[in-house]
Design a binder for this molecule. Structure first.
Ligand code: ADP
Ligand code: MG
Length: 341
């Protein structure tokens, strides 16, 4: 039988002390972490980049199929991804929690273990947060802080016509992973004796439950002296993100159907579920890959990057994005994005 320690037995301060003990400070820029009224950071003359995400049980995650360890990792990774998309280096996070007494001390420690693994992977410090009780479900808010150089920060509004459009990794897998998990959940709810059938879905399910921020690409771009003219992370789908760059840069873009990177397992899962892999890539969310534009003069350097696909180029069209189909027809891209309300 698993141990279950009630939160009330150690209290809020007991919990914070346990958390603090697992998160020693590792970054030279962190001057004060957990334990005072506020944390203190030495930005060393750089620009500070800040991003926050709010995750609410039942809206952003479902604990029926999301292990707390993975949830903790993902909560940090998606924030690091926003810092990466600015071409900055993440340094610290704060984590605020709304908890109901449904959660034991062990469960919260599992959540924080996922966060600790992410802090280790991305070399960041957890420097504070806030803890409150919640009457509904679990609420997690993560704020990430990063540092960048003024000249190399990548905004969404600086793409130019003729810039090359690039995307990292592959797209659509996280969306299909979610569909597979949702399907198994329905099967389980109908008959709890059924075993989940996810053996051949390891990649797509992994992409949904344990996304990675592409800091490896940020370091690689930096080493190659490539500064993206614009960059955004793919949280709502390729179409929506490309449209953000087009609209904010006040230009257009065209991408090519046969250049969009889609994994074999994404194709197979989509086919099996009667879904379109291209729709998953364009409008599915949560891939957390990087979509960015570079000047034509960087082509020779970009084409040798192993996990970067060149998928199109920016055009003089005003705020219009198009998909060139294999058939030769040109389709206007629209972005349903995620409607939260
Ligand atoms: P205050 O009353 O000033 O808000 P708290 O008692 O909430 O202080 O927090 C004490 C310390 O613990 C602070 O450094 C705060 O940042 C940190 N802290 C509180 N909750 C969390 C949490 N859930 N995760 C990490 N650090 C936390
Ligand atoms: Mg507080």
């Amino acid at each position: 039988m698993e141990q279950r320690t009630e939160l009330s037995t150690i209290g809020e301060f007991g919990l914070i002390n346990r958390i603090a003990a697992k998160f020693p400070i590792t970054q030279p820029e962190t001057m004060k972490g957990i334990g005072d009224d506020a944390a203190v950071i030495d930005a060393k003359g750089k620009k500070v980049v800040v991003s926050t995400d709010l995750l609410i049980e039942g809206v952003h995650f479902d604990l029926i199929y999301t292990p707390l360890l993975h949830l903790g990792y993902k909560a940090v990774a998606v924030n690091v991804s926003d810092i990466a998309a600015m071409n900055a280096i993440p340094k610290q996070i704060t984590v605020s929690l709304g908890l109901s007494n449904r959660f034991s001390v062990e469960a919260i420690e599992e959540l924080y273990e996922g966060m600790r693994l992410a802090c280790e992977a991305y070399q960041i410090d957890l420097i504070g947060g806030d803890t409150s009780s919640s009457r509904s479900g679990l609420v997690i808010s993560v704020t990430a802080l990063g540092l960048g150089e003024e000249a190399t920060l990548a905004y969404r509004n600086k793409a130019q016509a003729n810039d090359i459009i690039c995307v990292t990794g592959d797209l659509g897998a996280a969306y299909l992973g979610l569909q597979a998990l949702e399907r198994e959940k329905q099967v389980f709810l109908a008959n709890p004796a059924m075993q989940p059938e996810l053996q051949d879905k390891d990649y797509v399910v992994g992409r949904q439950l344990k996304p990675e921020a592409r800091m490896d690409i940020i370091h690689e771009l930096n080493a190659l002296s490539i500064v993206p003219t614009a960059m955004i992370d793919v949280s709502d789908g390729l179409a929506s993100e490309l449209l953000h760059i087009c609209q904010q840069s006040n230009i257009g873009g065209v991408i090519f159907e046969d250049k969009i990177p889609i994994d074999d397992q994404t194709y197979l899962t989509a086919t099996e579920m009667n879904l379109s892999p291209m729709t998953a890539a364009l409008n599915g969310g949560e891939d957390y890959e990087l979509l960015f534009t570079v000047q034509q003069s960087d082509y020779e350097k970009i084409k040798n990057m192993t996990d970067v696909s060149i998928i199109g180029y920016m055009t003089h069209d005003v705020e219009l994005a198009h998909l060139m189909m294999k058939s030769g027809s040109l389709v206007k891209l629209t972005a349903p994005g995620y409607v939260h309300f």
